[in-house]
Design a protein around this ligand. Structure first.
Ligand code: APR
Length: 312
């Protein structure tokens, strides 16, 4: 009998829990929620809670909590949220040294126990964390991607729909670059039902929304005292689903560049096609001179983070 797909979630905190709910509700496969031994109870408790929700809603998915990496064997997808989230006043970069140590241990275990999985990294600072995951696992770039652009684009779409007074379903936005204050919202590819937003909304209003998008994560940290977790989970699950169902959707993700956009040996947010082979292609779009220079600035920042990580 064909087996269900297997989705392992490393980190059973706020985002990990949301990911488990989404995977189970969409019946994408069976779920393993893994956390450190101290938090094994939390992972097991969340797993039971979600299984019981499946019984209520009529969804077929087995969800287990564990702290044993042997349980992730045979995973089709591994999504990593292990690490600490931001507190008010912290930037994503402030998490580098703590989360780097965690990422190194997670990557070593993923390499050993789930060598054929597609790995999606969410932990911050994202671009440096996903770079480390690729470096340690040695997996091909098709199988190691980072979730950022999907979330940043969704934030921009949300603000645009509100400002234009239209359904968010008709808004398409594209945010490139690193996942931080230097991210690059591409106005030339941002449309409402195919019409460029630049012809629908005044420039000063667009500038304000770009600024709000750049600081969109921080706005939520200020309000809640911790990072957002519902939308980040949804962003990563759309990437996982595109892989598991070979949908070949175009999604902005942190991808390892090998010459695309003029960059190499770096993770940056770019549009990619995710299908049954993983990150199948980096889509290269024409950028304006201004967007190119913003991307350059963003790349410089990501490079500094990667360099700092290599010295830790
Ligand atoms: N292995 C597995 N899990 C770990 C490890 C490890 N080595 N170290 C820490 N964790 C777990 C924590 O015990 C915690 O349960 O990772 C979980 C993180 O959950 P939260 O603290 O709730 O954080 P969350 O909001 O889910 O964000 C996780 O994603 O968006 C980023 O900035 C965010 O880096 C943060 C990460």
């Amino acid at each position: 009998m064909p087996q269900r797909k297997k989705i392992s979630l490393i980190g059973a905190g706020n985002i990990g829990g949301e990911l488990a709910i989404l995977a189970a509700r969409r019946e994408l496969g069976d779920v393993v929620l893994l956390d450190i031994p101290d938090k094994e109870g939390v992972a097991k408790g969340k797993a039971l809670d979600i299984m019981q929700t499946c019984a209520l809603d009529g969804h077929d998915a087995n969800v287990v909590g564990t702290s044993d990496y042997a349980d992730i064997a045979g995973s089709d997808v591994v999504i990593v949220t292990a690490g600490v989230p931001r507190k008010p006043g912290m930037s994503r970069d402030d998490l580098l040294s703590i989360n780097l140590k965690i990422m190194r241990s997670v990557a070593t275990n993923v390499k050993e126990h789930a060598p054929n999985a597609l790995v999606i990294v969410i932990s911050n600072p994202l671009d440096a964390m996903v770079y480390e995951m690729k470096k340690i696992t040695g997996f091909p770039r098709e199988r190691v991607i980072g979730m950022a652009g999907a979330l940043d684009s969704a934030r921009f779409q949300c603000f645009l729909a509100e400002a234009a007074g239209v359904s968010v379903k008709d808004v398409n936005a594209l945010v490139l670059g690193g996942h931080g204050d230097t991210m690059v919202p591409c106005l030339s590819y941002t449309t409402i039902k195919g019409v460029k937003v630049t012809s629908l909304l005044p420039a000063d209003q667009l500038d304000a929304m770009i600024e709000r998008t750049r600081k969109g994560g921080g706005e939520i940290v200020q309000l809640m005292g911790t990072s957002a977790y519902v939308a980040p989970a949804a962003g990563a699950m759309s990437m996982a689903e595109s892989y598991l169902k070979a949908q070949r959707r175009t999604i902005a993700c942190a991808a390892y560049l090998q010459g695309e956009y003029g960059y190499s040996d770096i993770y940056m947010g770019v549009p990619v096609i995710i299908g049954g082979e993983g990150m199948e292609r980096v889509v290269e779009i024409e950028l304006s001179a201004e967007e190119k220079s913003m991307l350059e600035e963003s790349a410089k920042h990501v490079r500094e983070l990667i360099d700092a990580a290599s010295k830790l």
